[in-house]
Design a protein around this ligand. Structure first.
Ligand code: GH3
Ligand code: MG
Ligand code: MG
Length: 503
């Protein structure tokens, strides 16, 4: 279509029609009867109706055409892409609204003007090359260009240029279709920057970072540990832990990964033999989700904790050693204390201990309104034992006597070696009768005690004095000194007997 016929075209047509009419000899219809006239009228009416119908059809087609044209114009004008028609000198012959907006100017200031000022020099050069290629190949050619808008801002476009079919008499025209890719470019740059940032961050970490797909296959490995371990990414990518580490070592990972794929965050420790040593790791695996929140894989972060483990183990070992040392010190302390209060020969308490406990026991007896029985004994003629059998035999006799006392007293009674061959027994809570009974019992046991030394039977006896607190003294010392008096009385009475103080 060459567009709407112009006014001059119409007058030409009219002139031609009039000429034809004057040249043509129209044959007069022969009308001989009324019938003929009627037939002719009917025929003319049919023709007229036919013409009217044709006219109607023509008008509708014209309306349809006008509507289509309008629609096309709207599509062209309001298309979301920029359309340009350019001539050989890159003058803009036509452009749509989007194109005008892209260049930041009104259509009327753009039509008939060159496009060059709206492109950066590089882009203009690129555009010329592309449109030349489009002409030579007879195919649309694409390139990315930077538009310099009238107000100075820049936008990035993708331009597709096609050479229009040139008719014989007109010059070559181009149509360029441009789409704004500024946002895409910005996002691409941002993505690149982010990725760069992520990479530098990840490679600066010594942590082991990796991702797994839903089948637990490695889909990414990050960090410089791969290179440090002398491995390449291919060693991991597409493979499962089982394929990399073997079934035995992979078990712990498979279990954790399974849980992560079920939405859990799992933290665990594991180890790997490395030559003669063992390397320990701590790993956290978390579910990796898509934009719908569905778990599509696992992201894992692992850390070599061998050094920490070693320090921990060393600390544990040191702690155990310290505990052992403390136990030994405690034991030693106990031993020292025992030594301080025990007589080494007989194993009985010493005089010092008796003095320490005496006041305490008296105070308690006072508090509880109870008595304390005291027995003081001295071996009879012990010098003779030494003289006859030797000092060692005497020592053995003293030892055996110590055992005898320990065996025949209650837990709460306190037996002491008071002097060389003098002994005391303190019996908290005991009555005079009980104390006397106990003294007689001990006397009997001493008499019965067999002592054998170097084939000789040694016999010992003892004299004993008994007194009771508070009956025989207002304090411990007094009661004891009265027991001592009773002991001397027993000696005086002939030894090997018990005497109760009788003050
Ligand atoms: P008495 O019946 O008057 O008490 O006569 P005795 O010989 O026992 O006289 P006395 O109690 O005065 O003497 C104590 C003797 O006990 C002196 C000493 O030889 C002996 N003796 C003291 N301590 C020890 C000791 O640890 N080992 C030995 N083998 N003998 C000791
Ligand atoms: Mg003595
Ligand atoms: Mg004696």
């Amino acid at each position: 279509m060459n567009g709407k016929p112009s006014e001059s075209n119409f007058s030409n047509l009219r002139r031609q029609a009039l000429k034809l009419l004057s040249e043509r000899r129209l044959t007069e219809p022969k009308i001989t009867s009324i019938e003929d006239a009627r037939r002719l009228i009917a025929e003319l009416q049919v023709h007229q109706i036919e013409l009217e119908l044709q006219n109607d059809e023509l008008r509708r087609t014209q309306e349809q055409l006008a509507w289509e044209r309008e629609k096309y114009a709207d599509l062209y004008n309001f298309a979301p892409v920029a359309y340009f028609t350019l001539d050989e000198r890159d003058i803009i012959l036509d452009l749509n609204l989007n194109a005008a907006e892209l260049l930041g100017n009104e259509r009327k200031y753009l039509i008939g003007h060159p496009i060059a000022p709206y492109l950066t020099p590089d882009s203009f050069q690129k555009f010329i090359e592309t449109r030349q290629a489009a002409l030579e190949t007879k195919l649309p050619q694409g390139c990315d260009l930077t538009i310099r808008r009238r107000k100075g801002s820049e936008s990035h476009v993708h331009a597709r240029t096609v050479a229009l079919d040139a008719s014989n008499d007109s010059s070559q025209l181009w149509r360029a279709v441009m789409t704004d890719i500024t946002e895409r470019k910005r996002m691409e740059t941002e993505l690149q920057v982010n990725e760069e940032r992520f990479r530098s961050l990840v490679t600066s970490l010594s942590d082991i970072i990796y991702t797994l797909d839903a089948e637990q296959r490695h889909s990414g490995v990050f960090g410089d540990w791969v290179q440090k371990a002398g491995l390449s990414e291919d060693h991991f990518l597409g493979k499962t832990a089982r394929e990399i580490l073997g079934a035995e070592n992979a078990f712990v990972h498979e279990d954790a990964n399974r849980r992560a794929l079920n939405g859990e965050v799992v933290s665990y420790e594991w180890s790997l033999p490395n030559g003669t040593e063992t390397v320990y790791y701590h790993t956290v695996v978390s579910p990796m989700r898509n934009s719908h929140g569905e778990v599509v894989g696992v992201v894992g972060v692992g850390r070599d904790i061998t050094e920490r483990k070693r320090t921990e183990d060393e600390l544990k070992r040191l702690n155990a050693a310290l505990q052992e040392q403390m136990r030994e010190v405690k034991e030693l302390h106990q031993q020292l204390r025992e030594q301080a209060v025990r007589d080494p020969l007989t194993g009985l308490f010493n005089r010092r201990y008796l003095q320490e406990t005496l006041d305490r026991e008296v105070a308690r007896a006072n508090r509880e309104g109870k008595s304390i029985g005291f027995i003081i004994m001295d071996l009879d003629h012990f010098k003779r034992v030494n003289d006859r059998h030797g000092h060692k035999a005497g020592d053995m006799a003293l030892q055996q006597l110590g055992n005898l006392l320990l065996k025949n007293l209650r837990a709460e009674d306190v037996a002491c070696r008071y002097g060389g061959e003098e002994f005391t027994v303190m019996m908290p809570g005991a009555s005079l009768e009980t104390t006397l009974e106990r003294a007689n019992f001990l006397l009997q046991k001493i008499n019965e005690m067999p002592i054998e030394y170097n084939g000789a039977d040694i016999k010992i006896t003892a004299s004993m004095g008994v007194a009771l607190f508070p009956k025989h003294g207002s304090n411990g010392e007094e009661a004891m000194s009265h027991a001592d008096n009773a002991l001397y009385a027993a000696k005086a009475l002939g030894r090997n007997q018990v005497v109760v103080y009788d003050g």
